[in-house]
Design a protein around this ligand. Structure first.
Ligand code: G6Q
Length: 550
């Protein structure tokens, strides 16, 4: 029997009853100010909050009412979010263009759990790899993993790009407080030789371990950097046997790893159901585990898992990732907001916005639905941001007084990890004040009352009504980092479900790679002619070759 929701799900997104209702609702509400909303409901700040996995979300400073939340939740229901969550967690092949399951959530199921995929229990496989990673990282941390000349390893260089780099760098920076400080960590990603050169220039090859992280083990940038690292090592150690002591691989491609010369004994595997940008909690996190130790790494996985469970089980109107995903839809699709700013008030989270850029935009920056049709609505906003308070002294001007609506996510912690509590109070006071200023502004009357001359009043007035979420956690622990990353992963999933797109493929990065392959020989061989591109591309290649020759 077909249910009414199944019938609704067959309608195009913009024809669904909840979408239509939200369009009407937007007309009624978009001129209402948050000043009014707060004045009408003195408990608003205590009501529009949600908690899960140790994360507290205050979403009261949004341009919403109870009705808005109800309608957004209805939209989620009409778009089959419940069914899609179940499909993802149970291992259905929801990455339809690559015919793959999407099971990063299986990477953090506790050891006692079980999940069958194609008849195999993936949980035991996951934990077997984690155990091997644990043994290896313990050895490195204890100085027992020795280099070819018997010196202990002191430097760990992760070579990877995209999903095999951004997660490891972000997690290393975020959890530096917990890291073993006598080890040096570097991350090389760019094919620009400067990246390798600067990362390696002060390192002793005898004490350096390279982790070549690549799901496919064929990525141009990573393999170029890995080969350079190999020569750099051999130039110093003069023996092929040194490679086994100084190189390990994280990959799903054993054949290519062997071809490169790394013994598969020293390879840590994962599975095709882990997407690159969802892989920091797989073996791709080996550098993280070496930095913070296996217990902390497992605590991070537990944090991921508790947010997974919250997402899977909490009612949508109390569900942090669902609420955040739906609020993104509200501003992106009804208010026409083009971007979202992510503003962590914690120096350790300085790479979090960059990490989220890939997670959000590579997942949902798509104009084709799962059925191959062009969308007639906006998909992913642009995510960007910098840690507070630095941003306050640069781009916040535009968030406060610019012509664009920029919803913000503030992220802060009640307890600092440094020894300067006074700094922390200033930091947190600034974060809380920014959200307040954005929501309520500063009226012309208030400016006048401060004694401003009339001509200056418009410049000093803040109209307010600028939305933000405030995410407040107790302390930046490995557990909380896992929960925060999972929060955004599932918010992205919620959005992708509403937009009916495949959030797990990334065809948009392919064309550039293909065209670069054509241009590489042209730049290597100055005699190449005639060039077969458009006139601009031909001229750029010619210009480059001429200057190079000079
Ligand atoms: C992420 C993408 C992409 C990928 C890199 C590196 O979701 O798939 O960023 O992680 O292209 O790929 P390899 O790990 O295969 O080198």
């Amino acid at each position: 029997m077909t249910t009414s929701n199944e019938t609704t799900q067959k309608l195009p997104l913009t024809k669904r009853p909840a979408w239509k209702a939200l369009e009407n609702h937007y007309q009624n509400i978009h001129e209402t100010s948050m000043r009014t909303l707060f004045a009408e409901d003195p408990h608003r700040g205590e009501r529009f909050v949600a908690d899960g996995a140790g994360v507290h979300l205050d979403y009261s400073k949004n341009r919403i009412t109870d009705e808005t939340v109800q309608m957004l939740v209805r939209l989620a229901v009409e778009c089959g979010l419940r069914e899609n969550i179940d499909a993802m967690f149970s291992g259905k092949k929801i990455n339809i263009t690559e015919n793959r399951a999407v099971l990063h959530t299986a990477l953090r199921i506790p050891r006692t759990g079980r999940l069958l995929v194609d008849g195999k229990d993936v949980v035991s496989e996951v934990h077997a790899v984690l155990d091997r990673m644990g043994t290896f990282s313990d050895k490195v941390r204890a100085g027992q993993w020795r280099g070819f000349t018997d010196k202990p390893i002191r430097n760990i260089v992760n070579i990877g790009i995209g999903g095999s780099d951004l997660g490891p760098v972000m997690a290393y920076e975020a959890l530096k407080h917990y890291s073993q400080r006598n080890l040096t960590f570097r991350f090389v990603s760019n094919v620009d030789g400067t990246d390798f050169e600067e990362a390696a220039r002060d390192l002793n090859p005898e004490e350096t371990l390279f982790i070549v992280s690549s799901k496919t083990f064929t990525t141009l940038e990573t393999m170029t950097n890995a080969r350079t690292a190999r020569s750099w090592t051999l130039n110093a150690l003069h023996d092929e046997k040194a490679i086994a002591r100084h190189f390990v691989a994280v990959s799903t491609n054993g054949a290519e790893v062997t071809k490169f010369g790394i013994d598969t004994e020293n390879m840590f595997g994962f599975w095709d159901w882990v997407g690159g940008r969802y892989s920091m909690d797989s073996a791709i996190g080996l550098s993280t585990m070496i930095a913070i130790g296996q217990d902390n790494f497992r605590a991070m996985l537990a944090g991921f898992h508790s947010m997974d469970e919250h997402f899977r089980t909490a009612p949508f109107d109390k569900n942090l990732p669902v609420l955040m995903g739906l609020l993104t839809i509200w501003y992106n699709n009804f208010f026409g907001a083009q971007t979202t700013a992510v503003l962590p008030y914690d120096q350790y989270l300085k790479r979090f916005p960059a990490y989220l850029q890939q997670l959000t935009m590579e997942s949902n920056g798509k104009y084709v639905t799962v059925d191959g049709k062009r969308v007639d609505y906006e998909t992913s906003p642009i995510f960007w941001g910098e840690p507070g308070t630095n941003g306050q002294h640069s781009f916040y001007q535009m968030i406060h007084q610019g012509t664009k609506l920029i919803p913000c996510d503030f992220i802060g912690f009640c307890k600092p990890l440094n020894r300067y509590p006074h700094h922390h109070q200033l930091l947190m006071a600034n974060m809380i004040a920014q959200a307040e200023a954005l929501a309520f502004g500063w009226t012309a009357e208030q400016v006048k009352a401060e004694g401003s001359p009339d001509w200056l009043v418009p410049h000093r007035t803040f109209e307010g009504n600028r939305p933000s979420n405030t995410i407040l956690c107790d302390e930046l622990t490995p557990h909380i980092l896992g929960a925060l990353v999972a929060l955004y992963e599932h918010s992205v999933f919620t959005q992708g479900t509403i937009w009916n797109i495949d959030s797990f493929d990334q065809w948009g990065v392919e064309l550039g790679k293909v065209l670069a392959k054509r241009i590489i020989p042209e730049l290597e061989n100055s005699a190449a002619s005639p060039l077969g591109h458009d006139s601009s591309t031909n001229a750029l290649v010619t210009h480059y070759l001429r200057v190079k020759k000079e």
